[in-house]
Design a protein around this ligand. Structure first.
Ligand SMILES: Nc1nc2c(ncn2[C@@H]2O[C@H](COP(=O)(O)O[C@H]3[C@@H](O)[C@H](n4cnc5c(=O)[nH]c(N)nc54)O[C@@H]3COP(=O)(O)O)[C@@H](O)[C@H]2O)c(=O)[nH]1
Length: 530
């Protein structure tokens, strides 16, 4: 992914990481406050239902007691008994006796208007008592009463009793019969709620209010409070939750910054490339200089990034070596080489592929069993896999010697790469059982020039010859360099004069063409060491 895209995505994620936890904390504090307020309202509505049930219970008991009276109606004894019933209850204001729908007498005596009719009931309670939510008393001319009727008797109760609660300012309450006929209200609740009481859910809100309902077999109650009232509760919740939200936001932003910096750092990118196996291999032909025959190739790694950009190995190999990633890259190169060239290697035993080893590979020697595993069941011979290591790999002479000896015992040929550029020591050249020496391009570049290092090239060739090593010249770009090297007895060479490093299919075509035109090279390029 391009750096600019990573920066844009990381910035968006960081912004979301900062905003979302704060929004979540805000939402949480709001919903906790809403739930708290609705629970308080639900308790109020429950209480109103309880009060309504108490009034109904008391009225029902009085009505059924009166119904059992065995005395002539509206005589002094009857009226006294009715009065006694009223006096001995708390909820009942009056009780009246009706005959043929007309009021005959009440606990107060005889009605002033003889034609008071009993109105039709709005609701039948579950115990058979009829409920008339609004009925005007004949004795007093006060507010309408709620009436309960059973056969010939009707009791009046003050509906204010149902909503007689100590409520916080702004809290409103309404009680209705189960079929939604309003019985009593406190503080004028919103008609848009009381008009559809029977259909209201347990809790909810409208434009201005939060509400909670309660219901039983006979009654429905709704308690409401302005939504704005929860703001003070929210302040309390926010005080508790926002620091947590801010902490989570800071952690998320930190995480995004850390991940994106990791992704953007060269080492981070390389580690991810190793995990994702983003490496491919190109093969640079190795030429027998005298005949021009292609005898093999050097496997050279390339990092192909997801956007298709190709990264040169000298830009990432040193980083991989410093940070312990090189061994994994060596393994990926090895497995890719075997997979891509297996068939041509099996078909032609004179073909060799050189794998570059890093200093760590040589020091630990762990690469040898890895190669064994990679070649198992492929038909490729160990002799066909050459190993190359730079002079840095030979600094720990003891472990390098152990690895090279074991490599050769298994059949690999081993070359010293970039000779002359590092810590060259003639002594270790003599001590180590090497097969070939590769002269670095910087020396080949001086061939035919007057530069100070041009005089070194013949010495390197002489040293290699005196040690009986095969010689490979790197970076041959001009014919005169090739001629010079052939004249000096250098057997093998690589360079753009012959070919650049090629993808597998192109290298196989190059090799087959060389073989068709010039024949196969020597099957074994290996020094006899006693
Ligand atoms: N440990 C590993 N090191 C590796 C591996 N693959 C490569 N490398 C090392 O990276 C260095 C750069 O390699 P690269 O960019 O692939 O360059 C190689 C050739 O393409 C280049 N070359 C060859 N001929 C010419 C030429 O005529 N002109 C010219 N300008 N360049 C040329 O030289 C490089 C070959 O280097 P060498 O290995 O020394 O033969 C390089 O040090 C690689 O070793 C890997 O898998 N593991």
């Amino acid at each position: 992914m391009e750096r600019s895209r990573i920066v844009v995505i990381a910035s968006i994620l960081a912004a979301l990481g900062a905003i979302l936890p704060m929004l979540a904390a805000y939402y949480l504090s709001w919903s906790i406050a809403v739930r708290g307020e609705q629970a308080r309202l639900a308790r109020l509505a429950d209480y109103a239902i309880m009060r309504a049930d108490a009034a109904l219970g008391e009225a029902s008991r009085a009505l059924k007691t009166a119904d059992r009276f065995d005395m002539p109606p509206c005589m002094a004894t009857h009226i006294a008994a009715l009065r006694s019933l009223v006096v001995n209850t708390t909820a009942i204001e009056d009780i009246g006796y009706f005959e043929n729908g007309l009021l005959r007498c009440t606990s107060w005596g005889y009605p002033p208007r003889r034609l008071t009719r009993s109105p039709p009931a709005d609701f039948f309670a579950s115990n058979g008592v009829e409920v008339i939510p609004r009925m005007y008393p004949t004795i007093s001319t006060g507010a309408p009463m709620t009436a309960f009727r059973y056969r010939s008797y009707t009791v009046l109760t003050n509906p204010v009793r149902f909503v007689d609660v100590i409520a916080e300012p702004g809290t409103r309450l309404a009680v209705a019969t189960k079929n939604g006929v309003l019985v009593s209200t406190l503080n004028d609740p919103d008609p848009s709620l009381t008009e559809r009481l029977a259909d209201l859910p347990k809790t909810g809100s409208n434009a201005d209010d939060l509400f909670a309902t309660s219901r039983d077999a006979n009654w429905i109650a709704v308690a409401t409070a302005p939504s704005i009232a929860i703001l003070s509760d929210m302040d309390r919740e926010r005080l508790l939750l926002l620091p947590g939200g801010a902490l989570v936001a800071a952690l998320m932003v930190g995480l995004v910054v850390w991940l994106s910096r990791r992704r953007l750092s060269p080492l981070g990118e390389l580690s991810i490339a190793v995990q994702r196996r983003e490496f491919i291999v190109h093969y640079q032909p190795l030429i027998e200089l005298k005949t021009g025959i292609c005898v093999g190739a050097e496997a050279l790694v390339r990092w192909r990034r997801p956007d298709g950009q190709m990264v040169r190995p000298d830009l990432f190999i040193p980083l991989a070596e410093e940070n312990g990633l090189i061994e994994e890259i060596t393994d990926q190169v090895l497995y890719a080489t075997v997979a891509e060239l297996k068939s041509v290697l099996v078909a032609d035993r004179s073909l060799h592929i050189a794998i570059n080893l890093a200093a760590d590979d040589l020091k630990s020697g762990r690469i040898l069993p890895v190669i064994e595993t990679a070649l198992r069941n492929t038909g490729v011979l160990t002799e066909q896999i050459w190993l190359e290591a730079t002079e840095r790999g030979f600094m720990d002479v003891k472990s390098a010697r152990a690895t090279i000896e074991e490599a050769r015992r298994r059949g690999h040929s081993v070359a010293i790469d970039d000779f002359g550029t590092g810590y060259s020591s003639l002594q270790y050249l003599q001590e180590l059982p090497l097969d070939a020496l590769k002269i670095d391009k910087s020396f080949i570049d001086t061939v035919g020039t007057d530069s100070a290092t041009s005089s070194i090239t013949p010495h390197i060739i002489d040293i290699a010859k005196s040690l009986d090593l095969y010689i490979v010249a790197e970076g041959i770009e001009r014919q005169e360099q090739a001629d010079y090297l052939i004249e000096r007895g250098v057997q093998y060479g690589q360079g753009w004069l012959f070919s650049k490093a090629l993808p597998a299919a192109e290298f196989i075509a190059f090799y087959n063409d060389s073989k068709r035109r010039l024949g196969a090279g020597p099957a074994v390029i290996r020094r006899e060491i006693a």
